[in-house]
Design a protein around this ligand. Structure first.
Ligand code: ADP
Ligand code: MG
Length: 209
């Protein structure tokens, strides 16, 4: 059983999108629950939009009692993915990180996002002193290979005190379309193929190293 916290210190980095696609990818082989711990409840909304669509990951929204929810679900699910609010200072993010085996930190190619990520790297480093099993990874998100900022990203994130996943997620409109239509990139045929390949690579790297 693995508990995966998706955290960042800003909104719009791609946490929910990563949580949704990761959940959809892992669900093909494993049982899981996506726990929406963000009061904005974007993942939960997405699930409601796709209510009638089979194969969407199950989502539960949790405002209080993250620990008891995780405890109640842990025996019956192989993975619990916790989508966190956009701040490391939020109590939900802190709780999720304390519970997690894996912390994924999406970072967009922007200096503001990089600056905001440094405190998360420090928090994860501190938590690792208590919980050496916690593995944290920066996931480069919404990359546009032709832009200067995106090209500089690998060098910039290497400065942060956290391992960087070599698999990255490019900016692809299919992610937004899937959110709008309540489906997953895995249910998008050829249009989703490149996005699927990126998530599969990330799953291989992080879950089957
Ligand atoms: N890889 C991507 N390609 C294109 N759009 C993306 C990607 N990741 C996220 N988005 C879009 O960017 C916006 C913010 O993403 P979201 O996952 O909601 O971020 P967060 O949960 O960190 O606030 C949403 O409109 C989402 O659809
Ligand atoms: Mg979100």
């Amino acid at each position: 059983m693995a508990i995966i916290a998706v955290v960042s210190n800003k909104g719009g980095t791609g946490k929910t999108t990563l949580a949704m696609s990761l959940a959809a990818g892992l669900l093909r082989n494993d049982s899981l629950m996506l726990i929406d711990a963000d009061p904005q409840q974007s993942a939960y909304q997405w699930r409601l939009v796709g209510e009638d669509r089979p194969g969407l990951p199950p989502v539960v929204a949790v405002a209080h009692g993250l620990e008891s929810t995780v405890k109640a679900l842990s025996d019956s699910h192989q993975h619990l993915i916790i989508d966190c609010p956009p701040s490391i200072k939020s109590e939900q993010s802190a709780r999720a990180l304390r519970l997690a085996d894996i912390a994924l930190v999406p970072v967009q190619p922007s200096p503001m996002d990089l600056w905001a990520t440094a405190p998360i790297a420090r928090v994860i480093a501190e938590l690792r002193a208590e919980n050496p099993h916690l593995r944290g990874f920066i996931v480069m998100s919404q990359i546009e290979p032709r832009t200067t900022l995106s090209r500089l990203m690998p060098e910039a994130v290497a400065e942060l005190d956290l391992p960087v996943a070599s698999s990255m997620l490019r900016r692809r409109s299919i992610h937004r379309l899937c959110a709008l239509e309540g489906r997953t990139i895995f249910q998008s045929g050829r249009r989703g193929a490149d996005a699927v390949a990126e998530i599969e690579q990330l799953i291989e790297e992080i879950f089957r190293p």
